[in-house]
Design a protein around this ligand. Structure first.
Ligand code: MN
Length: 442
């Protein structure tokens, strides 16, 4: 049996009057919903969505399809309510949900998302964002019109392009995840991710083993960082994977030729003395706002080198420490150099398409170096979309991939030239399709 343990926390924040976020932390179903709409309609939307999701999932099949169907039912329920009264018209909610499901006799995690609440996975200490935001700025980032850094501070970053309750039918993004002991999944509303960087979220999730404490601490930090929106966090730990990670490590050891030296790191086991999710009923109440939170502890600092500490005799222990420190720093520098120099990108140099080694704009003290200038296509021949992409620098993993990419560019340019010369009567029309549903949050 795959076993999960979860913790959850929500807070109104320091600016808003009402908490329109809702969460669900059941035995096998977890969700975060962030409601949108005036006159407290946002609350109704998020509440209705998690209630309907829970009821429909419990009554239906415990599969990925079952979870998607439950999200669609939640959309229907919010849509119906929204049609029923003038105050509620236009209300909507995000929904990000995780469920333990059965697929082909195997236990898996199913994840669905609509809107800009997010799911992340912490696996072997690394934090990966699983969901893709359905928001205006994220679409601009995907189209290469904004950088992720610009998106982070964009004034319209809370405009979502997909939400439950806006249309009678909804497109639901879904993923299937094979759970391994030690995996930790985070569901959260944008009130967390707008306040805290991914690095800070990752370090908190790494440092606090208990999921309930981790959830509380993330909410506390987001409040301390400004708390300009409602903050909701659900942390789900895989505490038992039914022997799956042991099988995987055995298979890996076997494939390494049975040297016996292959060491598969076992993720830290989470203490089992802590209570599991306190109740199986839906918990939607926002707890009273905690007392003004103290500033979060800063990141652990590296100890000063031994030489800086006076009145301390040189000992082997100090020598070992210094050696270990140098090894860590050396490895980090080497890894950064490898990262900075290990890739190629295609850009523009002197109005010519060119291949560079390194990262666009350089990284640390490693500036990109010009590898090759291409004769065709020239900078002036590039299509507008290609030009935008190349000005930002199109990253690829190898020189061969860069060559292939330039080849494709040339073919696109030639195809466009051929089509415009033969069909001069019909100029290519480019229609920009506006996002179908845009909901601005107050
Ligand atoms: Mn929000």
């Amino acid at each position: 049996m795959t076993q999960l343990r979860a913790g959850a926390a929500t807070d109104v924040g320091r600016v808003r009057q009402i908490n329109e976020d809702r969460y669900l932390a059941d035995e096998r179903l977890f969700a975060v919903a962030d409601g949108v709409g005036g006159h407290q309609a946002g609350e109704v939307a998020s509440q209705t969505s998690v209630e309907t999701l829970q009821r429909t999932f419990e009554d239906g099949e415990h599969t990925t399809e079952g979870l998607i169907a439950a999200a669609e039912a939640a959309n229907q329920a919010v849509w119906q309510l929204a049609q029923g009264s003038r105050e509620k018209r236009g209300m909507g909610t995000t929904l990000t949900a995780l469920a333990l499901v059965q697929e082909d006799g195997e236990e898996q995690l199913a994840l669905i998302n609509v809107g800009d609440s997010r799911a992340y996975m912490l696996q072997q200490g690394e934090l990966i964002q699983l969901t893709e935001d359905h928001s205006l700025v994220e679409e601009l980032v995907r189209d290469g019109k904004l950088t992720p850094a610009e998106a982070q501070i964009h004034p319209q970053r809370s405009i979502i392009t997909r939400a439950l309750g806006m249309e009678p039918a909804i497109e639901v993004d879904s993923w299937e995840i094979i759970p391994y002991t030690g995996d930790r999944i985070l569901l959260c509303s944008d009130g967390l991710t707008n306040e805290l960087s991914d690095e800070r979220i990752a370090s908190t999730l790494r440092q606090i083993a208990n999921p309930q404490e981790a959830a509380h601490d993330l909410v506390r930090q987001a409040r301390a960082a400004g708390g300009s929106d409602n903050i909701t966090v659900v942390v789900v730990d895989v505490v038992d994977d039914d022997g799956r990670s042991k099988q995987a490590s055995a298979a890996l050891a076997g494939s390494e030729g049975g040297t016996g030296s292959t060491k598969v790191t076992t993720p830290p086991t989470v203490q089992t003395a802590q209570p599991t999710v306190e109740d199986t009923a839906m918990r939607v109440a926002a707890p009273p706002a905690p007392a003004p939170a103290p500033e979060p502890p800063s990141r652990p600092q590296l100890a000063p080198p031994a030489a800086a500490v006076p009145h301390r005799r040189f000992t082997w222990r100090v020598a070992l420490f210094v050696f270990a420190l140098l090894a860590v720093v050396g490895t980090a520098v080497y890894a950064m150099a490898w990262y900075a120099r290990g890739a190629y990108y295609v850009g523009i140099d002197n109005e010519q398409v060119a291949i560079f080694r390194g990262r666009p704009g350089g990284m640390l003290w490693f500036d990109p170096t010009l590898v090759e200038r291409k004769q065709q296509p020239t900078g002036a021949e590039l299509l507008p979309a290609q030009r935008i992409e190349l000005e930002a620098g199109h990253e690829v993993s190898s020189k061969a991939a860069a060559d292939r990419y330039v080849n494709n560019l040339r073919q696109e340019v030639e195809a466009r030239r051929a089509s415009t010369t033969t069909t001069t009567l019909v100029p290519p029309t480019s229609t920009t399709v506006p996002p179908t549903t845009s909901t601005s949050r107050p």
